[in-house]
Design a protein around this ligand. Structure first.
Ligand SMILES: CC(C)(COP(=O)(O)OP(=O)(O)OC[C@H]1O[C@@H](n2cnc3c(N)ncnc32)[C@H](O)[C@@H]1OP(=O)(O)O)[C@@H](O)C(=O)NCCC(=O)NCCS
Length: 177
């Protein structure tokens, strides 16, 4: 049985488990899903990612949560918060992020999950603020930031993406909780 940390009408958000490895690898090898990331992820990369999320969850009680559709129990990707420590004017910080499989786009799921995370961050985690970061070209992601009420904060060049002309210029959005 899956134990949900956050539930709303359509979605359940939870810690990761071994059964997420294959569907998440499939997602992270989809060129459309990974259009605004520097590379596709191998199964080993995904295994490492899942392990990082589990460790973060154990330590802080949150991570980029795995997201299921409650009605079908289908895993559709992640939405959640994570500590970020790369070098930038606004780090260290906690960011909110999302990545859903293509089948789950244009359903309102990303915005719904993100709103649920903001409430959880404020009411349960007692966070005071969160940031969200996307490459300037990633309009779908920036649209979600705006829909959940985040405000433009700044622009910066992501230190991990400096060699990537399409991705290096990023926007930062911010929300006071
Ligand atoms: C970023 C991402 C999560 C956004 O997903 P999305 O499906 O565009 O976002 P939403 O869940 O908010 O759904 C958007 C549309 O669903 C439609 N929709 C359908 N049913 C809906 C419902 N019941 N409620 C709300 N919207 C609904 C709306 O038209 C809405 O668009 P609008 O706000 O312009 O009207 C998705 O593009 C993605 O996973 N991309 C790849 C990974 C990625 O780039 N992550 C971000 C890295 S920074």
């Amino acid at each position: 049985m899956k134990e949900y940390i956050i539930k709303n009408k359509r979605l359940g958000l939870r810690n990761w488990n071994a059964s997420d490895l294959l569907p998440f690898t499939e997602m992270c090898q989809d060129k459309e899903v990974m259009k605004y990331f520097p590379n596709l992820l191998s199964e080993k990369d995904v295994e490492n990612f899942i392990e990082r999320m589990q460790i973060h969850f154990k330590e802080f009680g949150f991570c980029y949560f795995a997201v299921d559709i409650l009605e079908t129990k289908e895993f559709i990707g992640f939405t959640g918060m994570l500590h970020q420590t790369y070098k930038s004017p606004f780090t260290p910080c906690i960011d909110i992020g999302w990545r859903l499989k293509r089948k789950a786009w244009n359903t309102g799921f990303a915005t719904e999950a993100a709103n649920a995370c903001l409430s959880f961050a404020s009411n349960h985690l007692k966070l005071k603020e969160v940031y969200s970061i996307a490459s300037k070209a990633n309009l779908n992601s920036i649209h979600v930031m705006k829909k959940i009420g985040m405000e433009f904060h700044s622009e910066f060049q992501h230190p991990a993406l400096l060699k990537n002309e399409l991705l290096k210029d990023c926007v930062v959005y911010h929300s006071t909780l």
